[in-house]
Design a protein around this ligand. Sequence first.
Ligand code: PHE
Length: 499
Amino acid sequence: MTVDLSNNDRAMLRAMLTDPSREWAIKELLESTGWNDQVHVAGSGQSLSELGLVTVSETQIRTISLDSEGKKALEHGLLEERIWKWYIGSDEDKRNMEDLFQAGFQRNEAGPGIGLLKSIGMTLESGNLVVDDEGAIASIISERQDFISKISNRGVEDSELSAQLIRHFSSRKGLISVDVQVSRTWSLTEEGALVDSELLSHVEMIGEVTTELLQGDSWRGAKFKPFDVNAPTVTPTGGRPHPMQALIERIRKVFLEMGFSEIEGNFVQSAGWNMDALYIPQSHPARTMQDTFYLSSPEKVEVREEYLDLWSKVHEHGHDTGSRGWGGRFDREEAQKGLLRTHTTVNTVRHIAENPGEPSRVFGIGRVFRQETIDRTHLPEFHQIEGIIHEENANLPMLITTLKTFYSKMGYGDVRVRPAYFPYTEPSVEVDILWRGEWLELGGAGIFRPEVTEPLGTEWPVCAWGMGLERLAMLILELDDIRQLYQPDLEKLGQMPIL
Ligand code: PHE
């Protein structure tokens, strides 16, 4: 066992073995070891006690001393004593408050002073101060005054004083102060006393492995100081990216690694690009003011005629997409209403419109806006992780594999898709991941319908998806309230895992 001891532990044990049955105080140990820092005694005492070689006993010593009011009482007498003197020395008909003031006691003394005397037997009867048993009051006061004199100008251990009076004076303001000190003593256990001092000589130990050390030969046969990697330490504080920024960065890296390029778009969009391009019928409930933030400035966001023409035809009768459309009349003004984008699918759709003939794999992580009541799982502003694969042979298995690969790179290996419905995809799926035995929905995906792709100028299939970022963040950061992600609480943020 002695093999594992640090040099300090050895020195302390050696010192204690010079008198194995003694109870050592700090001063004696410092003297005997030759140390001048108590920290060494505390540290080695702790590790030796963990090894069962030493017992540490703690006693608390409470020292009582006079506080500012106490010092005044030492010099001039306690307030009740001074008033008592006045009382004893006054004629019976002069023992009232009026005369007390006359005698020079201020209001702030007279009130509390009489209060103190009342609590030990004085009464006020029709304006006169009356006492039944003068002897009893006098003796209580003199006990109190003795207590103050006994402490005088030094500190006195509480065991030398009346506990009842300590309690009494502690309840009065500024009279005494109590200082608590813990005093420790160290003694050898039976096992400790049996250790052979011979085995405790100082050994050279290496605390730090440096390049210089490794380049030489001195490390051969040397002893290395053990490290306790489980020892508690302070959590390092300092600058770090916000967890959401760090997460976005990680997602970005994963998509870039998978061969995708990043795209961006504006928060302000026309209803046309946000919805009509996606074949969302103009009567769709999600298009109402209740769900969407329409803008008063800009109230109108112009859309190129050619798109308005194409969307009108597709929405009204399907145009040449093979679809029959939604019927009714397409409202071109409606399509040019300004709004805050409700999903980032608007970015991918516009990307196709701008690059119809080029195969592409793009993604974007962006903020979207919906009129939601804020609660544990909803915010009116949140982020989506959006993406498309636009190429000649794009298909559903390709889409599912891509999403599975993404989530498994993020640390979630179990992904499933379920059939779903979106006005702009066919087939449509919802994507769930398995988390602590539960399937959680993280987003939607599918293959864009011809009603969407043909007006954009492409005949290739498009795999598309849009996932919630905050949902994923809540899982990764183990939060159960979405609002915690955006509260500027530095302490909580500092405790979130580094991603
Ligand atoms: N835009 C959908 C949403 O906001 C997600 C989605 C994107 C679904 C692309 C299918 C295809 O929930």
